[in-house]
Design a protein around this ligand. Structure first.
Ligand code: 5AD
Ligand code: SF4
Length: 452
């Protein structure tokens, strides 16, 4: 007896962690509805999904040239389908299907749960099926139960952003902020905990804006949600990303003081150290207000690892503005940063402003990145001799087979040797590792004790 061949799905993901999370959900939805198996080999696939990102650079053009590359793939076997999701799809909608010619399905970040319906539609009509609406939180009610892949997992707690920073496309592609109900988030965390997940990263474009409705008609914030998750015994570590400084509340600073399960790491995008530029960006805080929050955080947790985002070369940024950004870096001593050259996004208010010459922005970016690399190296050096709690995720990719790899609370990877007979048993557990060496992207250490 032969088993029917299950259809295969290849997903190519661009952009942020939200998109990675959404790609996982697309695979879950299609597995449940039609038995699709995910593959890493496009030639084995019957369906290709491009999960697109439009936050920077010529996103639309990139998608069209990417689609061009799949024309032959589609012609090579009958019935092959191409879908485009994510932020470019959300922005372009029908226009994308019309211009591309070989696209069968176009869906947005909020309509990925409707993929099975859209696929059926295009198979029947032989016309592209498009749905890039914003049916708010409905998506989460139609997703299959989460499937753990290892000891760490992401849980989306809110979608969208209502901050409307003047340069940013996100509010237009992902819609306004919508929070998931508290009980739904907790149920998802518990399902993951039952599958041996030990670390949860709460995910959202702006998780500080979490306003989760409760069954008795109240609304709870991120600090409350963290406290609830911390009560689940087997969850040993909690992270969240991404935060907005203007809404980084006292309750959250308090959580860093009182909740040992909250990882000693924070990603808090500042974008610029110049008040003039922060004002033009419509960020809603000054450099001094940002620094003040960092100072208070360090007062309750001195060793906290701090990372941030910068946009370099925002329209009108002068040398003096940039020097203020460099000064803020010295003041905050970030451990890591993502830095980007400003890129005008069509439809955003800042897109009307005159851009700076590329030589200027490139030189500034290089200077900033060099300094951040130095600070990161210092931070890593300072960890030598300390003992770090590490959640072991897998065998080390670079070292011999008796080396394990996991992340410390500060978010850095740690590699360490362990006795062959213990290796398998320690994956998925917290262990204490004494740090002995610091490389640019990872740390090396010696196993001290296995914790749990
Ligand atoms: N140009 C450059 N960088 C941008 N970001 C968001 N929009 C833009 C843009 N138009 C950066 C910000 C944000 C990160 C996710 O991407 O630094 O924090
Ligand atoms: Fe974009 Fe600003 Fe919202 Fe971040 S907070 S997603 S930068 S609009």
């Amino acid at each position: 007896m032969t088993r029917a061949r299950m259809p295969k799905l290849y997903i190519k993901t661009f952009g942020c962690q939200m998109n990675e999370y959404d790609s996982g959900k697309m695979a879950d939805v299609l597995r449940e509805a039609e038995g699709y198996e995910r593959t890493e080999d496009p030639d084995a696939a019957d369906l290709i999904l491009l999960n697109t990102c439009s936050i920077r650079e010529k996103a639309q053009e990139k998608v069209f040239s990417e689609l061009g590359r799949w024309t032959e793939w589609k012609a090579a076997a009958p019935g092959r389908l191409i879908g485009v999701g994510g932020c470019v799809a959300s922005q372009e909608g029908e226009a994308l299907a019309k211009r591309a010619g070989n696209v069968d399905v176009v869906f947005g970040p909020q309509t990925l749960h409707r993929l099975p319906k859209l696929l059926k539609q295009t198979r029947t009509t032989h016309q592209p099926a498009v749905d890039v609406t914003f049916p708010e939180i409905e998506k989460f009610d139609h997703l299959p139960a989460p499937r753990a892949e290892g000891p760490t997992a992401f849980v989306s707690i809110m979608e969208g952003c209502s901050k409307y920073c003047s340069y940013c496309i996100v509010p237009y592609t992902r819609g306004e902020e919508v929070s998931r109900p508290l009980v739904d988030v907790l149920a998802e965390v518990e399902q993951l905990a039952d599958q041996d997940v030990r670390e949860i990263t709460l995910l959202g474009q702006n998780v500080n804006a979490y306003r989760g409705p409760t069954p008795d008609g109240e609304v709870v914030d991120l600090a409350f949600l963290i406290a609830c998750i911390a009560r689940i015994d087997t969850i040993g570590r909690i992270r969240f990303t991404t935060s907005h400084p203007a809404e980084f509340t006292d309750a959250l600073i308090e959580a860093y003081a009182t909740e040992p399960k909250l990882a000693g790491y924070l990603h808090l995008p500042v974008q610029s150290g110049s008040d003039r530029i922060l004002g033009m960006m419509k960020r809603g805080y000054t450099a001094a207000q940002y620094v003040e929050k960092i100072d208070r955080l360090r007062a309750v947790q001195p060793g906290i690892a701090l990372s941030t985002d910068f946009i370099v070369g925002f329209p009108g940024e002068t040398d003096a503005d940039f020097e203020q950004t460099m000064a803020l870096i010295e003041r905050c001593r970030f451990d890591a940063a993502f830095s980007f050259i400003y890129s005008a996004r069509p439809g955003t208010p800042a897109a009307r402003l005159r851009e700076l010459p590329a030589e200027v922005t490139k030189a500034r970016l290089e200077r900033l990145q060099t300094r951040i690399r130095e600070l990161g190296a210092t931070f890593a050096q300072d960890l030598i001799g300390t003992t770090q709690r590490v959640l072991v995720e897998r065998r080390s990719r670079r070292e011999s087979k008796n080396h394990l790899a996991g992340r410390a609370a500060c978010n850095r990877w740690v590699n360490f040797a362990c006795p062959a007979e213990d290796a398998e048993r320690l994956i998925g557990r917290f262990v204490d590792v004494e740090i002995t060496e610091a490389a640019p992207n990872s740390l090396r250490g010696q196993l001290a004790t296995a914790v749990a």
